[in-house]
Design a protein. Sequence first.
Length: 241
Amino acid sequence: MKRSHALIGGCLVVLLLTAVAAATGWSFHQVPRFYQDALKQQADPQQRQQQAQHLEQRTLRLVDDIYHADEWSQEFTATQINSWLAEELPRHRAHWLPIGVSEPRLHFTEDTIHLAFHYRDEYWDTVISVQLKPDIETPDCLAVEFASARAGGIPLPMDDVLAEMSRMLTESGCLHVFTQRDGNQVILVELGQFGFQQPVLESLQVRPGSLSVAGRRLNSGDITLAELFLGQAEREALSVR
């Protein structure tokens, strides 16, 4: 009797482990709906090329305005960005992608950027998705809150995601620091100079389907990212200069 009980118990454990493994495997291969839709969007290469060109034109116009204008603004749509990611990135900028990453796509909802991409290496073959909430921390600083990160439907350790992000920013020469907001990790990134001009980001709006930015030149009274982390004595010393 004891032996039969042990056998039944063993079978139940095996069934439970099998069910958990199957559920984990299913979750691991889940694909966000927005990512599926973005991959299917605009199958016509000519339309993708047109939208990608619109993105490049808007980006060049924005950069030129930041260099030369007192004020600047621009709006980008998810369609334009995803068309560029599908059309231009793999052809001309594939070296920008980390090893194992392919087919990145974006989706905009209210105040949130949804980023997803296919990731493959010798151990993984899944879709990574990240929810980002951008904001303005100081006039020269962009704050990006990491709301979640998943491999399929399985939550990813945020430390690994942030470590990779920090490595990429460091290689790009971007000043950045980490902090927390509402229990989530936040990365603060200095915008950097454009020639002799220091841009000030006054407005950043993420709405369904689009992202818009607006700003101006830096004024002497604006608090910068570096000053934000100085003590009171250092701030007063800077204000005297």
